[in-house]
Ligand binder design. Structure first.
Ligand code: TRP
Length: 354
């Protein structure tokens, strides 16, 4: 019974969408039986850019858990972990902060683009020091907690000594940062931590309904797992397609067309998809038909997910209890890992408290 471990997770910032599904959820559902799987709800990480409105997070956590249960994460097989109730993660982060330089943090490509997108601060600089940092390309008004969240994420992964981390492509830099921290820790204090590997989903990136390269809540271009059939039909009807194709008899481009990216990812009827592509390229099919068939395929995919969600939605107390019980179970893993870390670092002068 010595299975390898998986740790993966999400920020509870809103409902999970089809991009999450192809990027990581599908992998988790598949792998939960082969690996000892932990799925973390990163509410403390979500705080790093929502610290002014923490009141939303509790409800978001419940929603994410419902999405997990709906897609088939089995709470008797995988362990759902609430980050804020796992103090070992936070302690580990503080130790790791000594192993990472400021320049390493400002280099992280995912964090870099998030900082640009979110435009932290008021954009005007207060003094000499802020101007100096801005001239170096560092936004001086980024909260330290935000800049450092990759360190906290490294703690998420290593508090479980996970071997594998199934994530979307945008998370690859976080796993790389984690590997660096592990190598440095082990070199300094002796072999203690497992160096994890990333497992990127089958579809690297699902475009948004507006044709932008990524489905994201901030861009408002998502199809959520909890959308009703009617909402899905409406979103698909409004989807971006080949803009040059103003009439059905104009030959269209399939490559890079989000409607076909979704067909490829979610329509199991390959013959239907190939026929639509052929006719689209030849100018022999209207967008309406392509989209109708897409909405039908998406709804067929989402129906069983909606059904499982409804069952749990009717039992909110059980969902809350599940989160608590599951996190308790997770701490039976993180506790011993932290003892090993303190022993390796010799932060154990007086033995252990309990
Ligand atoms: N940063 C991830 C995201 O935004 C969420 C996350 C937090 C995570 N901790 C993790 C993912 C640990 C994998 C492993 O999607």
């Amino acid at each position: 019974m010595n299975k390898k471990r998986i740790l993966t997770g999400d920020r509870p910032t809103g409902p999970l969408h089809l991009g999450h599904y192809v990027g990581s959820l599908a992998n988790r559902v598949k792998l939960q039986h082969e690996y000892e799987t932990y799925v973390l709800i990163a509410d403390v990480q979500a705080l790093t850019d929502n610290f002014e409105h923490p009141e939303m997070l509790g409800e978001n956590v419940r929603e994410v858990v419902l999405d997990y249960l709906a897609v088939g994460i089995d709470p008797d097989v995988a362990t759902i972990v609430l980050q804020s109730m796992t103090p070992e993660i936070h302690e580990l982060s503080i130790y790791y902060m000594n192993l990472v330089t400021l320049s390493r943090l400002t280099r992280n490509p995912t964090v870099k683009s998030e900082i640009t997108q979110k435009s932290f601060g008021k954009g005007e600089f207060d003094d000499e020091e802020e101007h100096r940092l801005a001239a170096l390309g560092v936004n001086p008004q980024v909260p330290v907690g935000f800049l450092a969240y990759p360190i906290h994420q490294a703690a998420d992964i290593t508090a479980f000594n996970a071997h594998l981390v199934p994530v979307g492509a945008d998370q690859a830099p976080m796993i790389e940062q984690t590997r660096e921290i592990v190598r440095k820790f082990n070199a300094l204090y002796g072999e203690t931590l497992v160096e994890p590997a990333a497992l990127i989903g089958a579809v690297e990136r699902l475009p948004g309904t507006d044709g932008s390269p990524k489905m994201s809540k901030t861009l408002g271009n998502c199809i959520d797992l909890k959308d009703t059939a009617g909402e899905v039909e409406k979103k698909v009807r409004g989807m971006y397609t080949d803009p040059k194709r103003i009439r059905a008899d104009i030959p269209g481009t399939v490559e890079g067309n989000p409607v076909f990216a979704y067909h490829d990812a979610f329509n199991p009827n390959v013959d239907e998809v190939n026929d639509l592509k052929d006719r689209y390229r030849a100018g022999k099919v209207g967008d309406v038909e392509v989209k109708k068939k897409l909405a039908a395929a998406l709804n067929a995919f989402l129906d069983p997910i909606r059904e499982r969600r409804a069952v749990w939605e009717a039992r909110p107390k059980d969902v809350d209890e599940l989160i608590l019980e599951s996190t308790r179970r997770a701490r039976r893993t993180t506790g011993p890992v932290l003892e090993a870390v303190r022993d390796a670092m010799k932060v154990n002068y007086f033995g252990h408290l309990d």
